[in-house]
Design a protein around this ligand. Structure first.
Ligand code: ACO
Length: 386
């Protein structure tokens, strides 16, 4: 019998506002995204990682002096405690990189004298530490996953993205590799109250510490419905193998009720503006790309057309930020299971900014659930149970 008292339940908190924020506006109907009021196209075209990270954390674009100081404080925090490097060395070759990342980040407070200082200034310093060290951790994971590769200590004279690529490859990136990674870091920096950011806020709302909140967020980002979709999307493109197989593959997958990774979004019911930027950039790269990247791109474009024809306007399922990421990362020489850890290293800025903002007017996040089980059952001693 239907329950007349049942409240309206918004599964997945779909359509529910949980807080006010001045950090990021996602306009899902018009396909627009703003970081602190600046359109994402301008950010992608003009900003360094340091500038955008400062903007998200502080709310305004830095002037020259502020940018220099912020860049210096980020680069000063790149070193990792020896124990963290040892854990990565012991685990990275066999374990899921996201598990290794989560474990490594959860160790950081053990080496931070300010770990339990909940003051605003200390939390800002810890944010910078986390943003900086997470990139070093991901680079170290990337090294130790490959036999014979050792940890490469940071080069503090390089900028954030350049240093990440240097620590990952043991050499500075080419201009093309740098440009791709700058765009990837920028477009994944922040995205309002998405699942992983909300996860960080839930943990933070109990007045737990920033390291615990970021560790929660990493665990949430790991799921294929969220951050891991970039890896799954490239695996699908690789599985299609030959461009001429694309349409049949997608047709069969949809007939089998499979989700096509890299498409669909809770908020965007039109083309994700980040995916538009990535697609444009991928197309611009084509004539300078290797054969494998050109083939991945051709498959991706045919899959995109097929999905838009079938589910775009009719169901509001369009490419999201994860779809074109794979071919671009491949062009930058990034191995597939580092995609989500890199996403995490970039999104660390957004997670920390939301925590700093939420803590200004903190309230414990504790939603309701509507109980539909039985009541007043009689306790039976174990010997009397069937
Ligand atoms: N392929 C095929 N069908 C899809 C897809 C997809 N990618 N996405 C949604 N649908 C269908 C669902 O099967 C469902 O159909 P039904 O009503 O017939 O059961 C309907 O659309 C609604 O799906 P929900 O999951 O309820 O919608 P929601 O708004 O929660 O979806 C989500 C958002 C989870 C991202 C979904 O689109 C999806 O699973 N996409 C694939 C994974 C992905 O790319 N995730 C990355 C998102 S961006 C990010 O997190 C960085």
């Amino acid at each position: 019998m239907p329950d007349a008292n049942a409240p309206k339940i918004n599964k997945g908190l779909d359509g529910i506002y949980v807080s006010e924020s001045k950090i990021c506006k996602v306009d899902g109907l018009n396909g627009k995204l703003y970081y602190r009021g600046y359109p994402i196209d301008d950010i992608a075209a003009n900003c360094s990682f340091e500038e955008a990270s400062y903007l998200i954390l502080h709310g305004t674009l830095p002037n020259r002096g502020q940018l220099d100081e912020f860049s210096k404080s980020l680069s000063a925090e790149r070193d990792l405690p020896t124990l963290v490097v040892d854990v990565i060395e012991d685990t990275a070759s066999e374990k899921d990189p996201m598990h290794v990342l989560m474990s490594a980040v959860s160790l950081l407070p053990a080496f931070d004298e300010e770990a339990d200082d909940a003051g605003e200034d200390a939390n800002l310093r810890k944010s910078i530490r986390i943003i900086s060290k997470m990139s070093s951790i991901v680079a170290a994971i990337g090294r130790y996953r490959n036999e014979g590769e050792e940890y490469v200590p940071p080069d503090k004279s390089l900028d954030h993205v350049e240093n990440f690529m240097y620590m990952l490859n043991g050499k500075k990136p080419t201009k093309q590799e740098y440009d791709i990674m700058r765009i990837m870091f920028l477009l994944q920096l922040e995205h309002s109250s998405n699942a992983s950011t909300f996860s960080a806020m839930v943990t933070g709302s109990s007045l737990s510490d920033i390291y615990s909140a970021v560790t929660s967020a990493i665990g949430t980002l790991k799921g294929p419905l969220h951050g891991e979709a970039d890896e799954m999307a490239l695996k699908m493109i690789e599985a299609i193998g030959n461009p001429d197989n694309t349409e049949k593959y997608i047709e069969d997958a949809l007939a089998g009720k499979q989700r096509i990774m890299g498409f669909g979004h809770r908020i965007y019911k039109t083309y994700d503006p980040r995916a538009k930027i990535l697609k444009k950039y991928l197309l611009e790269l084509q004539e300078h790309s290797a054969e494998d990247v050109r083939k991945l791109t051709e498959i991706a474009l045919r899959a995109e057309k097929m999905m838009i024809d079938k589910l775009g306007a009719s169901h509001g399922i369009w490419p999201n930020v994860d779809f074109f990421a794979g071919p671009l990362y491949t062009a930058a020489g990034i191995q597939i299971d580092l995609f989500t850890p890199i996403f995490a290293a970039s999104r660390a800025t957004g997670w920390c900014a939301h925590l700093l903002e939420y803590w200004k007017e903190n309230k414990l996040i504790r939603p309701l659930e509507y109980y539909t089980g039985p009541l007043d059952l009689k306790y039976l001693p174990i010997g009397e149970r069937q």
